[in-house]
Design a protein. Structure first.
Length: 436
C-alpha cells in the first residue's frame, strides 16, 4: 500500500524510537545501504519497553518481513543508513480505504498489541472515548504502552473523567513492565513536593526512568544540582544519542559556547599545519565547531525551535563563523522557517527582531528578492513588522561578508539596550512528551 524511503544522515535524524507500525498489517524493510567507516547501529527489535535491543544485521539487498506486533526501532551511532519500507495490508480495499480491519477482531480476542494500535488510531482520529476504552482493554492484559497512555488520559481527563489515582496506578504498572516514560510521569508529580518523603520517592522514580533509558529523564537528571559534572555530561550526551531534540540542542549549545569562548580564531585554525604541535593545539577548536553544528542541525531537523534560532544567529550575526558563504543560506532558511512555524512566543519574537535588524541593512538584490516573495507572502502581516516584511528584497545582501559586522553591531546594541530578551534554553510546554 505504501512505500517509504528512509535515511539516517549525520546532520539529520539518527534514531527512530521503539514503536509498532500501526497502519500496516505487515512491514517489509529492504536494506539499501549502510555507509561510512565502522558503521554501527541499524534496525533493532525489543520484546518490551526498556528491554535489551537485538540488532538485525540488515546488509544491502537483505530484507526482513514482520507483523504489526513487533516492537522495533532504529539507531545509527556511526555512518549513514538508507532503507526502503513497504507497508502491507490485508486487502486492496484496506489500501484504498485506509482502513485496518484486522485490529478489531484481534483486539476482541485479547491481543493487547492490536488493542493498543487500534486505540492509537482512534486517538489520532479524535475519538478519545473509544480510544480510552481500547487502551483499558490493552492495559488490562498487560500491554505497558497502553497502560502509560491510559494513565495520561486519566490524568488529563481525555475520553472521560479525571482520575489522578487511577493515572498513577496505571503508570506504576507500566513502569514495572519497563516503561521509562511512566516512571518519569510519577517522578514529575513528586519532585516538587515539600514533603521530604514524597520528594525522595519522586527522585527514586527519576532514577528508575533513567535506568530504563528514558531520554527526557536523562536530560532532567543531568540538570540536577547534585549531579556531578562528568555524570551530567554523560547523561546529556546519552539522551542526545537517543534522539531527544532538546538534549541534542543542549549538547550543541555547550559545544558552541566552548568554541565561541576559545581564543583561537578560525582563520588561525585553518592556517594550522597538518602536523606538529600547533595543529594539535588547534584541532580541539575545529572539533568543537563541527560537533556544535552536527548536534544543532539534528535538533533543528527534529523541529527544535531553539536549535533553529541558535543556528540562525550564529550564521547570520557572528562574524567569526567559519565557512561564512556556505553557511549563510542555512541561517537564512532557518530564520524564515521560524517566522513561519514558531509556536513559542519568546522564540518567535527573537526571530522577528533579528529579521528587523537584517532588513535595515543596505543593498538590493533583485534575483534573490523574486525567489523570496513566495515564502514571505505566506507570513502573517503584522502592523509593527509590515514595513520590514516589505523590505525583504534588501535582506539577502545583508548576509554577504561586508555587512556581517554591521549586522552584529546592530543586533548586539538591541540586546544590550534591553529591546531583545534572549530566550530560555528550553521550551517548557514541549519538553516532556505525554503520549507514547
Amino acid at each position: 500500500c505504501t512505500l517509504l524511503l528512509r535515511r539516517y544522515l549525520s546532520a539529520e535524524r539518527r534514531t527512530h524510537p521503539p514503536h509498532f507500525d500501526a497502519h500496516a498489517f505487515a512491514t517489509c524493510v529492504f536494506g539499501l545501504m549502510n555507509s561510512g567507516e565502522a558503521f554501527r547501529g541499524g534496525l533493532y527489535v525489543q520484546e518490551a519497553p526498556g528491554a535489551r535491543r537485538h540488532f538485525l544485521p540488515l546488509r544491502e539487498g537483505d530484507a526482513v518481513l514482520h507483523e504489526y506486533r513487533l516492537r522495533h526501532g532504529v539507531i545509527v551511532d556511526r555512518g549513514e543508513r538508507y532503507s526502503l519500507i513497504a507497508w502491507l495490508k490485508d486487502s486492496v480495499d484496506s489500501c484504498i480505504g485506509g482502513t485496518t480491519p484486522w485490529y478489531q477482531d484481534a483486539a476482541a480476542r485479547g491481543d493487547g498489541d492490536a488493542a493498543y494500535n487500534l486505540a492509537n488510531l482512534l486517538k489520532h482520529a479524535g475519538k478519545d472515548v473509544e480510544a480510552r476504552s481500547w487502551y483499558l482493554a490493552a492495559a488490562t492484559v498487560g500491554q505497558p504502552d497502553a497502560a502509560h497512555n491510559l494513565g495520561v488520559m486519566f490524568s488529563q481527563g481525555k475520553g472521560g473523567a479525571v482520575d489522578h489515582k487511577a493515572a498513577q496506578d496505571w503508570w506504576r504498572a507500566a513502569a514495572a513492565a519497563g516503561k521509562g516514560a511512566s516512571a518519569r510521569e510519577l517522578a514529575l508529580r513528586s519532585l516538587d513536593s515539600s514533603d521530604p518523603a514524597v520528594h525522595a520517592d519522586g527522585f527514586s522514580w527519576l532514577l528508575r526512568a533513567v535506568a530504563l533509558k528514558d531520554p527526557p529523564s536523562m536530560l532532567l537528571l543531568s540538570e540536577w544540582p547534585s549531579t556531578i559534572s562528568r555524570h551530567r555530561r554523560a547523561l546529556r550526551n546519552n539522551a542526545a544519542r537517543e534522539g531527544y531534540p532538546q538534549a541534542q540542542y543542549a549538547v550543541g549549545q555547550a559545544c558552541l559556547e566552548a568554541w565561541l569562548s576559545s581564543r583561537c580564531d578560525w582563520d588561525e585554525i585553518l592556517s594550522c599545519n597538518c602536523s606538529g604541535r600547533r595543529a594539535t593545539s588547534c584541532y580541539p577548536h575545529q572539533s568543537l565547531w563541527r560537533q556544535s553544528q552536527r548536534w544543532l542541525q539534528r535538533a533543528a531537523a527534529a523541529g527544535d525551535e531553539l536549535a533553529m534560532w541558535r543556528l540562525s544567529v550564529v550564521h547570520l550575526v557572528d562574524v567569526r563563523t567559519p565557512e561564512k558563504e556556505r553557511q549563510q543560506g542555512m541561517g537564512w532558511a532557518l530564520l524564515l522557517r521560524l517566522l513561519q512555524v514558531s509556536k513559542v512566543q519568546s522564540t518567535l519574537k527573537q526571530a522577528q527582531e533579528l529579521f528587523v535588524v537584517l532588513c535595515n541593512c543596505p543593498g538590493p538584490d533583485a534575483d534573490r528578492q523574486r525567489g523570496l516573495l513566495p515564502v514571505l507572502s505566506v507570513m502573517p502581516e503584522d502592523a509593527s513588522l509590515g514595513s520590514s516584511f516589505r523590505c525583504a528584497g534588501r535582506l539577502p545582501s545583508a548576509f554577504v561578508g561586508r555587512h556581517r559586522e554591521e549586522v552584529r553591531k546592530r543586533w548586539e546594541s538591541r540586546v544590550h539596550e534591553g529591546e531583545v530578551q534572549v530566550p530560555a534554553h528550553f521550551q517548557p510546554e514541549a519538553r516532556f512528551p505525554a503520549f507514547s
